[in-house]
Design a binder for this molecule. Structure first.
Ligand SMILES: NC(=O)c1ccc[n+]([C@@H]2O[C@H](COP(=O)([O-])OP(=O)(O)OC[C@H]3O[C@@H](n4cnc5c(N)ncnc54)[C@H](OP(=O)(O)O)[C@@H]3O)[C@@H](O)[C@H]2O)c1
Length: 230
């Protein structure tokens, strides 16, 4: 099940999982014209329609990806309590509620995987990221706790932490060729991420190829999070 499968990273993941012959359940507030025909879709808001999501879930669920989130970038003197609360609700509570709903079918699969998405800005300090870094830091903490709590039920929990990736969510940061170039140059590998870069890792974390992996936060950031090249 891909929550947020209609756009960006989630959409790239739906395409990839379809190539791998997975049965795909997608949840978002709108559908995508780019989905393969056999994607099962529920139009729902994760913050509001939990009952509908519960009814939509299959008896057995092998993978759950929460690809919903925000990028709120403001200096600290302009961040309101509402900004912090909104980021927390969408990134942390949305994921937590989704996992609660899906717990039984995840257990029933006798070996399943949850993947959450953080950001490079949790482990690498960046200006204007206070609200989103706080929320994604909470996502990482929650994921580690759940990985420990659910390991005995063979439910794995891992986190992918990308840097700037070319999706609709990031468009305001990539709105001109100059902005794109500046963003690309900040990364040691000289480029920003593509949704496919992230979806490949998520598909691996969902698959049995990572069956001994849980409780990990994996940076996927063109080297930005760990390297100093100048
Ligand atoms: N792009 C980046 O640079 C970047 C960097 C670091 C981390 N991330 C993280 O990566 C994840 C995916 O982001 P993205 O860039 O792929 O974003 P995106 O292109 O905006 O896709 C977000 C998806 O979430 C769905 N969604 C949003 N709010 C929802 C809600 N309330 N209920 C149900 N579905 C909802 C959207 O569909 P609808 O609008 O149809 O509901 C869409 O399918 C997020 O957690 C984001 O924080 C992104």
């Amino acid at each position: 099940m891909v929550v947020g499968g209609s756009s960006g990273i989630g959409l790239a993941l739906v395409r990839l999982l379809h190539e791998q012959q997975a049965n795909i359940y997608a949840v978002s507030r709108s559908a995508s014209a780019e989905w393969p025909a056999d994607v099962r879709f529920l139009k729902a808001d994760v913050l509001e329609n939990l009952d509908a999501i519960q009814r939509f879930l299959p008896d057995q669920l092998h993978g759950l990806v929460y690809s919903v989130g925000s990028i709120t970038l403001k200096p600290i003197n302009r961040l309101t309590s509402e900004d912090f609360l909104k980021d927390f609700q969408l990134n942390v509570l949305g994921a937590a509620r989704m996992i609660q709903q899906a717990l039984k079918p995840l257990k029933n699969a006798a070996g399943s995987s949850i993947v959450l998405i953080s950001t490079v800005a949790v482990q690498t300090g960046m200006p204007y990221h206070a609200s989103i870094a706080a929320a994604k830091g909470a996502v990482e903490g929650m994921a580690l706790s759940l990985a420990a709590e659910l390991a005995f039920q063979q439910i794995r929990v891992n986190v992918v932490a990308p840097s700037l990736t070319d999706t609709p969510l990031a468009q305001s940061l990539l709105s001109s060729p100059e902005r794109r170039e500046t963003s690309a140059k900040r990364h040691p590998l000289g480029k920003i991420g593509r949704p496919e870069d992230i979806s490949q890792l998520i598909a691996f974390l969902l698959s049995d190829n990572s069956s001994w992996m849980t409780g990990q936060v994996i940076g996927l950031d063109g080297g930005l999070g760990k390297l100093k090249t100048t």
